[in-house]
Design a protein around this ligand. Sequence first.
Ligand code: C2O
Ligand code: CU
Length: 561
Amino acid sequence: MKVSWLLLPCFFLFAWGETRYYDFIVSSTPYTRLCSTKKILTVNGQFPGPTIYANKGDIVVVETYNRAQYNITLHWHGVKQPRNPWSDGPEYITQCPIPPGGSFKYTIILSNEEGTVWWHAHSDWSRATVHGAIVVHPQLGTIYPFTKPDREVPIILGEWWKEDINEVLALGLITGADFNVSDAFTINGQPGDRYPCSKQGTFRLLVEHGKSYLLRIVNAALNDEFFLAIANHKLTVVGTDGAYTKPLQAQYIMITPGQTMDVLLEANQPPNLYYMAARAFSDGVGVPFDNTTATAIVEYSNYTLPHSTAPSPIYPQLPYYNNTLAAFNFTQRLRSLASGDHPIEVPLKVDTHLVYSVSVNTFPCPQNSCGGPNGSRFAASINNISFETPQIDILDAYYAGIRGVFRKNFPSFPPYIFNFTADSFPMVLEIPKPGTKVKVLKYGECVELVFQGTNLVAGEDHPLHLHGFSFYVVGSGFGNYDPVKDPLEYNLVDPPSKNTVSVPRNGWVALRFIADNPGVWFMHCHLERHLSWGMDAVFIVRDGESPDERLLPPPPNMPRC
Ligand code: C2O
Ligand code: CU
């Protein structure tokens, strides 16, 4: 086994960068898509929301004003926020929501993130329209580990519902049935010309032959993983989740909600119009999904319209929507850059082993009166615990020692061991236990966490996201994780550094991280339907010994519950 570059500690406890200020005004704004107009929640009236620009190590202060009629919180997805969970954002986990008319100053502490991370609402399903990119440039005086692109363009993938998103959420929760799927996908807020009334706004990326473009791709969708490709152009992935990768050439990418990918596009094809297309990767048998395709147009600058016929862009090939292997094969090829300038530090000695099974479940309903399978209500769980959101946020309860909000007995292993990936199960295994339980970690311990997908109700790919950390994805495979054989195949040399990992359908993923960030940190499936059903867990990382290993004090004016 080759040992990777060992350098740099995870977090710098002093800030060397600048402080940048943004004002975010949340309000309801009318938007027209798919031939009709509705009000959506936006930041500064924009959909997608404004891009935040910073350099590595900066601090970004976002004054957030809630001028909408809903509670709101904001989360800075992929920002580790060393010692500062107070500004992390998940509603009832690390803060009480900002009420209508209220405001809150978020302090976003960047440390080793470099590349693209993003921000989104973390209350109800508001993040459907309340989201945007965070571009983290190299520190002044340092450069990209690749040839500087001629231009950089955020590409934000999302969904559009004709209904009000709160009604989609409420209906699913009332009936217990699955949530209505979206009516369109969007690229930078636009569905593209395959949808009715959408030709006009289609996002166009104007390129010049011979130049290169850095696409900062964010999957901000609630419930859909995407395959994305550009006709006749290779994509070169150079970063993901705010960390550099070895350049990876691909015909298509697969990106889950929560993930970001920095992709170089060389405009090296004959001047023409080319489609960029994104459609769902959805591999759960019988699981409903939006089976439409969003498009944008890559348009070469010196392309001249043929006068005889209407121009029609060249269309790319995308894997079939349920092609589990196409998704897995792409994801498997990602590697950390792990160079002298961008070293990584993969923990080789594990202190705490955790195995978390992730399942879709059902709760029985009286007289089988609910809208889920056989009259049940959909649920989801981690280690058979279906997370119940508390009334007071867990961070406040932990900090102030308020009892009765959560319990510290989250199981380290699945409570029942069975063939997780079997074709059928006894009914009773489908039913989880509701609860608000956390796993407490010691400061500085090395955690190996294995996610085990199960085939309960319907096996499918799950994008699991951890707040407060990046982790190394050291192994992954199909079937049941084997604690003896599988670790022999781990990549401890250049595993990708991620904050959101795809757990393959009926498969597993192993990751490692050092618990060196004291605080309360949410972990959940980044498919919003699964998050709402309870596929969530919480880590509390205790303070270390020295003052710079302790939780920062709460800022003034935290919203109250
Ligand atoms: Cu994008 Cu709780 O996260
Ligand atoms: Cu999931």
